[in-house]
Design a binder for this molecule. Structure first.
Ligand SMILES: Nc1ncnc2c1ncn2[C@@H]1O[C@H](COP(=O)(O)OP(=O)(O)OP(=O)(O)O)[C@@H](O)[C@H]1O
Ligand SMILES: [Mg+2]
Length: 357
């Protein structure tokens, strides 16, 4: 694994009495695509602004490549930021927008012209040099904002919800484009979003935040399949989160019924939460699964059907390519591997951190 490029150590930041980040610790490796994911107001932008040098933390240090840069101004950092609201200069052409940072650095005209061509090609907007921002679509403007950041050859690109304003199709195109840029340029990306699907698609590492605390750090697979607590499970996609009791290793009591599972080390007769993804539930004929119930709701979702099944007092969410009509008696079956056991959180915003090495 690559070295730590950015290391945030014990970062605390408050605005007045509002403690936005409380002793946050996080590092980003060279060439990593790391995503900060969390609900509105959880401190994502603040974290990014501290990395970029637009805010100074009240406590803690920002280390870049082994050096303390906590108080270094933005323009002295090897980072470039694309902000939540893209800000192109409307009175300048696209070429002038992209050239802006390079002119300040007093680069030669030949160098700048070369860079503009290269950057426009990279974001698939060749030939847009002489257009003005107003004549571009939202997605095109956003790509120009990214091109403008890239020509400065930053070691790190900080992107704050860069696709937030775009429609679904364009957002997906841009997601692929950003992944391609990352692979072609070999730069490190720190990406902010509150869209879990976007985070799962693009990231090497996802950092799930809530109320200024890191809830979990891990690969998309790990975060999705093995959420550490109910907040992460709930935030990352739809799931059944059910209070349960761990009877012993590899056996859990869910709604009064014993389910074999694969987790160990939670203790005996311990209250826990279980997460079961809707796509991991199999519906069988009554009596053939573990809990019998009845379908109470059915929605066609395109790729799959979404059913709600009332069983043992809980409304189970089920996704399946098979359709089970409302009123049908069914039986719920779950593979032991698909039952994820979580400790009960001590509080809503507890800090539960694991790091995959
Ligand atoms: N300059 C500021 N002055 C006062 N409060 C601020 C300032 N900047 C941010 N905050 C507060 O800090 C908290 C975190 O804000 P931040 O912008 O980091 O959230 P976010 O996770 O980026 O949210 P969003 O998804 O809505 O962009 C919020 O409660 C916000 O109101
Ligand atoms: Mg924000």
């Amino acid at each position: 694994m690559n070295n730590k490029l950015i290391d945030l150590k014990n970062i605390t930041k408050a605005y007045g009495n509002n403690v936005v980040l409380d002793d946050l610790n996080l590092y980003i490796r060279e060439n990593e695509f790391l995503t900060l994911l969390g609900p509105s107001g959880c401190g994502k932008t603040t974290t990014l602004r501290i990395m970029g040098g637009f805010e100074i933390p009240d406590k803690g240090q920002v280390i870049f490549d082994g050096k303390d840069i906590t108080k270094l101004p933005p323009n002295k950092r090897q980072l470039n930021t694309v902000f939540q609201k893209y800000a192109l200069f409307t009175h300048m052409t696209i070429a002038e927008n992209i050239a802006f940072g390079l002119k300040i650095k007093k680069k030669s005209k030949a160098y700048i012209d070369d860079k503009i061509k290269y950057a426009l090609k990279l974001v698939n907007l060749d030939g847009f040099e002489n257009r003005y921002p107003d004549s571009l679509s939202g997605g095109q403007q956003q790509r120009i904002a990214i091109a403008r950041a890239i020509v400065n050859e930053p070691k790190v690109l900080l992107l704050d919800e860069p696709l937030g304003a775009l429609d679904l199709k364009l957002r997906q195109d841009m997601q692929y484009e950003l992944i391609r840029l990352k692979n072609e340029l070999g730069i490190t990306f720190v990406y902010v979003t509150h869209d879990q699907e976007e985070a799962l698609t693009m990231s090497d590492t996802i950092v799930v935040m809530n109320q200024g605390y890191i809830q979990q750090i891990g690969s998309p697979e790990k975060i999705y399949n093995e959420p550490e607590n109910a907040f992460v499970a709930d935030f990352i996609g739809e799931s059944n989160i059910i209070p349960a009791t761990m009877i012993e290793d590899r056996l859990v009591n869910i709604l009064g019924v014993k389910f074999p599972c694969v987790d160990e080390g939670f203790g005996n007769n311990k209250p826990v939460d279980v997460v079961i993804r809707p796509e991991d539930i199999d519906l069988l004929e009554p009596g053939q699964g573990r809990i019998d119930g009845v379908v109470t709701n059915l929605i066609f979702k395109g790729v799959h059907y979404e059913m709600e099944v009332m069983a043992n007092g809980y409304e189970w969410l089920v996704h399946s390519t098979d359709m089970f009509p409302v009123g049908k008696n069914v039986s719920i079956s779950v593979d032991p591997f698909d039952i994820q056991i979580m400790n009960k959180p001590e509080s809503e915003d507890e800090q539960a951190v694991t790091i995959d090495e």
